[in-house]
Design a protein around this ligand. Structure first.
Ligand code: HEC
Ligand code: HEC
Length: 206
């Protein structure tokens, strides 16, 4: 309900600022429009520079642009389900999505503090070696030695542990439905302890 009201107000602000932008030269419009979308919507949860204030909102700073753009299109087109993000992305044009992805990916990822060191050590083992007794592959084999990912694979390093935990749970329960074949089979094999340990370790990676 609250989100809905906020979203209405934000939409109105956007319409007003879009009308204002009309009078401006075309070259500046694209850039400012993206900045307006960020200030008017995204910053509320993800921070003005992609450093989310709350652990339930993923960090967008330093994430790969192709991955960000794909997720935004998936939210918009209903392939990835999230009430909040479907609302946020529903009226975004492809061009705006490209601009938003470019903006957030260009922001540096701030350093994070590590949580419980013993748990992080378990996480380090799993992240780099997997669990051969239960058939979990090393996360590094796809997400890279330091979790920096590639154009098609998301960066994990420094992501909020609470968000990582939710995503692993969602992959496991098939709540996250876009491209989840690989991550479903991995998340389904993780115990609760392993999910915690991995999330804490990942949150401390730079
Ligand atoms: C009201 C809070 C809120 C606002 C405003 C918001 N988001 Fe989100 N965003 C979320 C939440 C919550 C998630 C996690 C969704 C999930 O669990 O799947 C998310 C996820 C995302 C993701 C996926 C990240 C990943 O690592 O997979 C992207 C990209 C994103 N948001 C971009 C944006 C952009 C761009 C805007 C502005 C147009 C925006 N968000 C506005 C709450 C918000
Ligand atoms: C075989 C390749 C592969 C391996 C191994 C792998 N992943 Fe992934 N992972 C992916 C792909 C592909 C995606 C993107 C899914 C999408 O686009 O929805 C992903 C997405 C994720 C996400 C969501 C990130 C976000 O920003 O929303 C998390 C969290 C994650 N993986 C954690 C892990 C962990 C922890 C491990 C090790 C236990 C692991 N992955 C091993 C391929 C892999």
């Amino acid at each position: 309900m609250f989100n809905h009201v906020v979203f209405r107000i934000l939409s109105l602000t956007l319409v007003l600022s879009a009308a204002q932008a009309w009078a401006e030269p075309a070259a500046e419009q694209g850039v400012r429009q993206v900045q307006e979308i960020i200030n008017g919507r995204c910053a509320l949860c993800h921070g003005a520079n992609g450093e989310s204030a709350s652990a339930i909102y993923p960090r967008l700073a330093a994430q790969h642009p192709q991955y960000l753009a794909k997720q935004l299109r998936d939210f918009r087109d209903g392939r990835r389900k999230s009430e909040t993000m479907s609302d946020m992305a529903q009226d975004l044009h492809d061009e705006e999505i490209t601009g938003l992805a470019a903006f957030f990916s260009s922001k540096p990822a701030a350093a994070r503090l590590r949580g419980d060191q013993e748990l992080a050590a378990v996480g380090h083992y799993l992240f780099t070696k997997g669990n051969r007794w239960s058939g979990v592959p090393a996360c590094t084999s796809c997400h890279g030695d330091k979790g920096h990912g590639t154009a098609e694979l998301p960066r994990l390093a420094g992501q909020h542990p609470a968000y990582i935990e939710t995503q692993l749970k969602d992959f496991n329960e098939r709540q996250r439905t876009n491209d989840n074949a690989i991550m479903h089979s991995i998340a389904a094999k993780l115990t609760e302890l392993e999910v915690k340990a991995l999330s804490i370790y990942i949150g401390g990676l730079q």
